[in-house]
Ligand binder design. Structure first.
Ligand SMILES: [Fe+2]
Ligand SMILES: [Fe+2]
Length: 184
């Protein structure tokens, strides 16, 4: 049992009306990860495998667009060490995901690997919401960066990646409307 999703409505994790597009998009995905890891922690057998596969696809796309588009800008306006730590956390997550992807779900450690991936990922995304994103919103408000334009770039690259790696899977990017609906 876990209740990571409870945090989606709290503090810096909440999607606010005036969050710039880049932040709304990424927070919305963070919400989805908290929900999916809650689901994984309650799941067994085929259901667990299915949730793990969806997480792996979604996390791969999310990490890629952050590393390619968001983090380089974050490094200029925020704490560069914090961004580098984020990259190292992504690397650790990718390593664990590769191990999970190579398993069929019958292995003794499968469930534990998904659970630990969840603990690490939740720690990482909580920190992004509270630290990096907060710093970047401040820079956006001061006119130093344009997180709405960056949001458009993130969405375009995300769509490409879903076409490339998720085709044939029943997983699609979250829609803009979902993020908006959450602010209501
Ligand atoms: Fe990240
Ligand atoms: Fe993230």
């Amino acid at each position: 049992m876990s209740d990571y999703a409870k945090r989606n409505g709290e503090g810096d994790h909440r999607i606010k009306d005036d969050d710039p597009k880049a932040i709304a998009l990424l927070k919305e995905e963070h919400h989805k990860f908290r929900e999916l890891f809650d689901q994984a922690n309650d799941a067994e057998g085929d259901e667990l495998v299915e949730v793990a596969r969806e997480l792996s696809l979604r996390l791969t796309v999310h990490m890629t667009i952050e590393e390619e588009i968001l983090y380089p800008v974050g490094k200029q306006v925020g704490d560069a060490d914090e961004v580098d730590e984020g990259i190292v956390e992504h690397e650790a997550g990718k390593q664990l995901m590769a191990e999970i992807d190579a398993m069929d779900g019958s292995e003794e450690l499968f469930k534990s690997k998904v659970h630990v991936l969840g603990e690490q990922t939740i720690h990482h995304i909580d920190e992004e919401d509270e630290e990096l994103f907060a710093e970047m919103i401040e820079a956006h408000e001061k006119g130093k960066i344009d997180l709405d334009a960056i949001g458009e770039e993130l969405r375009a690259r995300q769509a490409d990646l879903y076409d490339q790696i998720a085709s044939g899977h029943d997983v699609e990017p979250l829609s803009e409307d979902e993020a908006l609906a959450e602010t209501k």
